[in-house]
Design a protein around this ligand. Structure first.
Ligand code: RIB
Ligand code: CA
Length: 311
């Protein structure tokens, strides 16, 4: 039986590829897609999720929109990385499919009530506002979550939105603190590992050879996405942050992790949103996350190509 997942996302170029992988994978049952404000405002992240669903001729997975702003702060977006629409690059028609009327965190709560405990995995690809709302509103139902696999945080690698903070955590540090203190099992994909999964030229060009519209869209998404990061980091190509969450579910053995303590800075001006990692266990704080820090990049990239090629 398939692994049941709910994807919480702020598409976003890398989110879009993660959504494609999840929808096309035969081993995953996507119960629903919930959207959150992050890379771009909620209206656009929701439209973008619907655009990807239409592109894949998806008929059964529904999209539920959630938080339009962080729990306690004003929204910070990343148009500089993802463009005005949040999915600049490819031509993607206005979506035909409509979002569901239910709110994202209500959908997550209803799903947890409907299915057996510890059978649903939450894949969080954006700021953690929707997840935090579930935990705050229905703590005992939130305990039914099997695992939260999230892209977020950073330690040895430094930050990408401030010198020390990664974007998803920085946008809503209060929500991140709630999630990391929830005692729900967490596997986190920080920049320490996602900066090792770079979409090099050969990988990007391989999508031009696809004989399907998906290849063209992925090619132009990656072309656009490489614009900003390659200039900034002098990388060989853009880091594929969010797809790692889905690939991990399909092949955890591609990754190396370490159970350790993660705390979130929520008050300092200088280090707001920093994920403080007790790597050397100098405290006796709870080991509340599996911190992924190494990866077999080649295997990840070829599995991404394989899944997208059989569209
Ligand atoms: O810092 C990278 C993360 O922020 C990715 O999830 C990207 O999509 C943005 O949400
Ligand atoms: Ca994202």
């Amino acid at each position: 039986n398939k692994k049941k997942i709910i994807i919480d996302t702020d598409p976003g170029h890398d989110d879009a590829i993660a959504l494609m992988l999840a929808i096309l994978s035969k081993e995953l049952k996507v119960l629903g897609i919930t959207t959150v404000a992050g890379n771009v405002p909620l209206e656009l992240t929701t439209i973008n999720a619907l655009k990807i669903c239409d592109l894949l001729h998806n008929k059964e997975i529904e999209v539920f929109s959630g938080a339009e702003k962080p729990l306690k702060r004003k929204l910070i977006t990343a148009e500089h990385v993802h463009g005005k629409t949040g999915l600049d690059g490819p031509y993607l028609p206005e979506p035909i499919s409509k979002k569901n009327r239910d709110n994202a965190h209500d959908f997550i709560i209803n799903s947890l009530e409907k299915f057996d405990s510890k059978t649903i995995t939450i894949c969080a690809l954006g700021p953690l506002t929707n997840i935090a709302k579930v935990i705050v509103e229905k703590p005992h139902i939130a305990k039914k979550i099997k695992e939260i696999i999230l892209m977020g945080g950073s330690f040895f690698e430094g930050g990408n939105i401030t010198p020390v903070s990664e974007f998803n955590i920085f946008v809503d540090p209060e929500s991140a603190k709630i999630v990391f203190n929830s005692e729900i099992p967490i596997t986190m994909f920080p920049l320490d590992v996602t900066h090792k999964v770079l979409a090099n030229k050969e990988f990007i060009n391989s999508f031009k050879k696809f004989k399907n519209p998906l290849g063209d869209v992925v090619f132009s998404l990656l072309e656009f996405f490489s614009r900003y990061d390659v200039k900034k980091y002098k990388f060989l190509g853009p880091p594929l942050h969010d797809p790692n969450v889905i690939i991990y579910l399909l092949n955890p053995n591609f990754y190396v992790g370490k159970k350790l303590n993660v705390e979130i800075e929520t008050s300092s001006e200088l280090t707001l949103g920093m994920t403080v990692i007790d790597w050397w266990q100098v405290t006796n704080r709870k080991k509340n996350a599996n911190f992924i820090y190494d990866v077999d990049t080649k295997s990840v990239l070829s599995l991404i190509q394989k899944i997208l090629s059989n569209f």
